[in-house]
Ligand binder design. Structure first.
Ligand SMILES: Cc1cc2nc3c(=O)[nH]c(=O)nc-3n(C[C@H](O)[C@H](O)[C@H](O)COP(=O)(O)O)c2cc1C
Length: 363
């Protein structure tokens, strides 16, 4: 009931607050005997970690994962795998003046109404610090997928819009994405984005972003028919990331003005002649690439003054100081990949539970 759990067959429970001792997770339902490469988990965490470039928050967290249970001799035991990531670099004093006010765009007001007592430091439980847990769990889910499936699904995300700056899809290059601080797949867009975001930061403003996630090599047949459709679970997973205000699958909102809403089918060489559906029909994967997009709002905490109220109802003006990303969408790229890996691994295990062992899955 409390909503700190995600998944049905592969169940992630996350715990911790931004300025507490540590954050962590328990991942239950992992099949036994999976050789877990812990350096891949750490690599995934390093991609999300703050302080990686001048365009993200300078909060310097080492984000080192400690696995506490569920692993022996490098292999999963099939028992709950729990892990912890210490919070080492929090500056709680910076939040003293926000203890009794509701920061606009933050979860403070809702938490106050719901819990009456909450940890306001660094956003507490609502902080995106929690997403480190998702990234660690997503890296484990990815290893579950690659172990079970002959051909590993390739889950990759990129930033396709930063504020008003877009990319050219003709220039899309996955290699490029690893070379710049934005996870941008278009080399020509990068210098424009650099100048733009530097200006935004210097002005004390923030901007939103669009992330596109593409999954290749995913077998057909994953997903449940009604309430737990694969697209419904992906939408929930992506929407649950902090600051996400919209999710699209395939054509998304553009389908409204499209002249057709279906993908024609051909022969074995090219089974589907287009991919408007984004790789999922009737809640079940078709074997085509799964395409999702998510929209993130501009970072709420900026130096610009804004009006709000105190806990006892007085109207005040506040400016939010501290260490913040001018665009949270950048660091959300590995988080989006992690959530998609978790959903896919969960559905693969559900598939096995009901239908049997892979390779019955058909492409
Ligand atoms: C990676 C990441 C980092 C974030 N960092 C900040 C931040 O520094 N300042 C801020 O105002 N919001 C930040 N956010 C967004 C807030 O966590 C989020 O807006 C807030 O908790 C309210 O939740 P909601 O916007 O999802 O409704 C971040 C989000 C992500 C994904």
């Amino acid at each position: 009931m409390p909503g700190n759990q995600f998944g049905q067959a592969l169940v992630l429970t996350s715990w911790g607050e931004s300025h507490g001792t540590a954050i962590g997770g328990v991942l239950d339902g992992i099949p036994p005997g999976i050789q877990l490469n812990t350096s891949l988990i750490q690599q995934a965490l390093n991609r999300r970690r703050p302080g990686q470039s001048i365009h993200v928050t300078p909060r310097l967290e080492s984000d080192e994962i400690e696995i506490l249970s569920g692993l022996y001799d490098g292999k999963t035991l099939g028992t709950p795998l729990s892990f912890m990531i210490k919070n080492s670099n929090h500056d709680s004093a910076a939040y003293d003046s926000y203890k009794n006010i509701f920061r606009p765009g933050h979860a403070d007001y809702g938490y106050w109404k719901k819990y009456q007592h909450y940890d306001h430091r660094g956003g507490g439980r609502a902080s995106a610090r929690e997403t480190a847990v998702r990234v660690a769990a997503g890296a484990i889910a990815q290893q579950v997928l690659t172990t079970i499936l002959d051909v590993a699904p390739l889950v990759r995300a990129a930033l396709v819009q930063l504020g008003t700056c877009t990319i050219s899809y003709d220039h899309w290059d996955w290699q490029e994405r690893e070379k710049n601080p934005f996870f941008c797949p278009d080399a020509q867009a990068v210098p424009v984005w650099e100048t733009y975001l530097t200006k935004v930061k210097d002005q004390g403003r923030s901007v939103g972003a669009i992330i596109e996630v593409c999954v290749q090599n995913i077998p057909a047949g994953l997903g449940e028919p009604v309430y737990d459709k694969l697209d419904a679970d992906l939408a929930k997973a992506l929407m649950s990331i902090n600051a996400v205000k919209g999710v699209e699958i395939g054509d998304g909102f553009a389908c409204v003005s499209a002249s057709q809403g279906y993908d024609e089918m051909g022969n074995d060489d090219e089974l589907f002649l287009s991919n408007r559906a984004g790789g999922i029909i009737g809640g079940i994967s078709t074997g085509q690439d799964i395409i999702c997009r998510l929209a993130l709002k501009p970072t709420s905490s900026t130096r610009q003054p804004r009006q709000t109220i105190t806990k006892d109802g007085h109207v005040v003006t506040t400016e939010i100081h501290g260490r913040h990303d001018p665009c949270v969408g950048i660091r959300a790229v590995p988080i989006a990949e992690a959530m998609v890996n978790l959903v896919l691994a969960d559905h693969l295990l559900r598939w096995r539970g009901q239908c049997g062992e892979y390779p019955i899955l058909v492409k």
